[in-house]
Design a binder for this molecule. Structure first.
Ligand SMILES: Cc1cc2nc3c(=O)[nH]c(=O)nc-3n(C[C@H](O)[C@H](O)[C@H](O)COP(=O)(O)OP(=O)(O)OC[C@H]3O[C@@H](n4cnc5c(N)ncnc54)[C@H](O)[C@@H]3O)c2cc1C
Ligand SMILES: NC(=O)c1ccc[n+]([C@@H]2O[C@H](COP(=O)([O-])OP(=O)(O)OC[C@H]3O[C@@H](n4cnc5c(N)ncnc54)[C@H](O)[C@@H]3O)[C@@H](O)[C@H]2O)c1
Length: 534
């Protein structure tokens, strides 16, 4: 290897030499300012691992903060995820598109970013270096791990069980769906909600552990509002206003009513299904049957099932008629804990994610969160020196604002990537920075069942205990508004439909104004609430 003299980069008090023959390496640090020789410290550069939203945002921000330095983005995926058309909708709500781009596009936008397309197979934190699949070694002075998460599949490895995370897995799913007459969706979060609504021309049995759909986002009331849309998409919804103040107890009553290697690509972006025809072999639109309060007990492949001589059920087309035995044979049979068995072409496991920490754990004693993510503090630092983490891979372990919680979403991946870069820069300059404003209030805007959905703060009264009340306004087929109040203060809100309330509610949650005197007026559709609080 040629050892041509490397360019020198001044960072703080130290003189580093970086980049030798296309790789990055360390040299011993210069003498300390006091003139005594410190123990040799690794030099190297800023390295970010992961080409998803968190990693790319982090690398971009580092590139802006250190225009004279090389920033290395090491990613297992051949494309990176770039945030485009960023719109700050209000103080905290943001919307953006996510584009898959070749790494070279990022390099041309930020000439000091170098994208290395290779998976990191090992981290040696005591030597400040990472090793990639293609045999290279990179020394970092500060490292940010943004390797995302992996789908937490039930019956992983079974050829009839699919998960959806990246472009490859989505295409695989689409290919299988195009040949399918019936599938089963297991799980009750974001992906399951999207699939149940988007899939056409295929019977869908949707098995959920809970009493109502969409438990990660909605309570039973909102779920009921959405379920009616799912079941009667083509019929005209009757418009009726209903405004009630619900206490917690009343709300409870309402409740009645695989890849080439081990690496995954980046998580899919907004409207990921927009470009994919999610259509089975049949000619009808939605045909969804929901099995509540059950889990998968066992799955059997066709041959196994034949030997078992168990009975499977036909798809319940008419909910009032009694269930009948299925006469058809299917590639896979799913036995649920409620005793029912359905045959289908395949099963989609939309059962959440698990942080992708595995490649970094060997001999690195990272502190992990309860959900298995790398614990990070309020400066996005992991428990190991000079290693930061952001996005789906990390578990936020700082004392959060009373109206913020971590959820593995791309808005948070962007915010964390951005803030981690700021923290890395600040630490290099020797001073910590204040927590970014985006962590003051949980805010998520998305779309389910073709409705705009805005979630603010403790939108499901998470962690508030019994001492809170809910206020509801619901116009069937049009909008669903729920606010969570505690001691007269607004703590959270769910806004479904074009309610136009997000900015006002965001302010009310942020400023924690005592709203006791407004009572039900708060949700009165005849009162212009924006004027009220001007
Ligand atoms: C189907 C689907 C729909 C979604 N819809 C929404 C939505 O509507 N709204 C929303 O807010 N969120 C949504 N999400 C969640 C959102 O996409 C993620 O929270 C977010 O993208 C996570 O970003 P990230 O950068 O942390 O991780 P990722 O996007 O997973 O990126 C991780 C990166 O690390 C790379 N990598 C992994 N291992 C290694 C390694 N060993 N070495 C090097 N590189 C590695 C990967 O190739 C990838 O580039 C959805 C997720 C899915 C799967
Ligand atoms: N529009 C959006 O905001 C959106 C859309 C899709 C996905 N996402 C995000 O993408 C990620 C992946 O989505 P997801 O839907 O897989 O995860 P999720 O965390 O949203 O939902 C997981 C669901 O699986 C259920 N579950 C877990 N283990 C189960 C088991 N063994 N059996 C049955 N059910 C089980 C949980 O109760 C939960 O309902 C999440 O971070 C999610 O927030 C967001």
């Amino acid at each position: 290897m040629s050892m041509a003299r490397a360019p020198e980069v001044i960072c703080g008090q130290r003189l580093f030499r970086v980049k030798i023959a296309g790789t990055f390496t360390s040299v011993q640090s210069a003498a300390s300012p006091r003139g005594t020789m410190e123990a040799p410290r690794p030099a190297g550069t800023f390295v970010v691992v992961g080409g998803g939203i968190a990693g790319v945002t982090c690398a971009e921000q580092l590139a802006v903060s250190f225009p004279e330095e090389d920033i290395l983005l090491v990613t297992a995926s051949p494309v990176i995820k770039a945030v485009t058309n960023f719109r700050q909708v209000s103080k905290v709500l943001e919307e953006f598109d996510v584009e898959e781009q070749p790494g070279t596009m990022l390099e041309s936008r930020f000439p000091n970013i170098k994208v290395i397309e290779s998976g990191v197979k090992r981290l040696k934190s005591e030597d400040h270096c990472i090793f990639t699949e293609d045999g290279r070694e990179f020394v970092y002075k500060k490292l940010c791990l943004c390797a995302g998460a992996k789908p937490k599949l039930i019956y992983e490895g079974n050829p009839r069980v699919l998960g959806i995370r990246d472009t490859d897995s989505a295409q695989e799913f689409q290919k299988e769906l195009a040949k399918a007459r019936r599938i089963m969706i297991v799980g009750n979060g974001g992906i399951a909600l999207e699939l149940a609504y988007e899939i056409e021309g295929c019977e869908v049995v949707w098995a959920i552990k809970d009493k109502a759909i969409g438990n990660t986002f909605f309570d039973a009331g909102a779920a009921e509002f959405l379920t009616s849309k799912l079941m009667s998409e083509k019929s005209e919804a009757k418009i009726a206003h209903k405004r009630t103040i619900y206490t917690v107890e009343e709300a409870k009553k309402e409740t009645r009513t695989k890849s080439k290697a081990d690496y995954v690509g980046s998580a899919l972006g907004p409207d990921w299904h927009g470009g994919l025809a999610l259509k089975g072999t049949e000619e009808f639109s939605h045909s969804v049957h929901i099995e509540t309060r059950c889990e998968v007990k066992k799955i059997y492949l066709e041959e196994e099932f034949k030997i078992m001589k168990k009975k499977s059920l036909a798809f319940p087309k008419d909910h009032h008629k009694s269930v009948t035995a299925d006469k058809e044979m299917w590639p896979v049979y799913v036995e649920l804990t409620n005793g029912k068995i359905y045959g289908c072409d395949f099963l989609v496991s939309a059962t959440g994610v698990t942080p992708n920490v595995h490649p970094f754990l060997h001999r690195n004693n990272f502190a992990l969160g309860e959900d298995g993510g790398l614990r990070v503090d309020d400066q996005m630092r992991t428990s190991l020196p000079d290693i930061y983490a952001a996005g789906d891979i990390c578990t936020a372990c700082w004392q959060p604002s009373p109206v913020w919680q971590q959820m593995r979403l791309w808005t948070q991946a962007r915010q964390m990537g951005y803030y981690a870069a700021k923290c890395m820069a600040a630490a290099s300059m020797g001073h910590p920075i204040d927590m970014d404003f985006s962590f003051e209030l949980f805010a998520h805007v998305t779309k389910f069942f073709n409705y705009k959905v805005v979630l603010l703060g403790k939108y499901n009264a998470q962690g508030l205990g019994a001492d809170h009340e809910l206020m509801l306004r619901c116009t069937r087929g049009q909008e669903y508004v729920k606010v969570v109040m505690q001691n007269g203060r607004m703590m959270g809100a769910v806004l479904i439909g074009e309610t136009d309330l997000e900015e006002t509610f965001e302010n009310l949650i942020l400023n924690q104004m005592d709203l006791s005197s407004y009572g039900e007026d708060l949700l009165d559709p005849n009162i212009d609430i924006e004027d009220y609080f001007d």
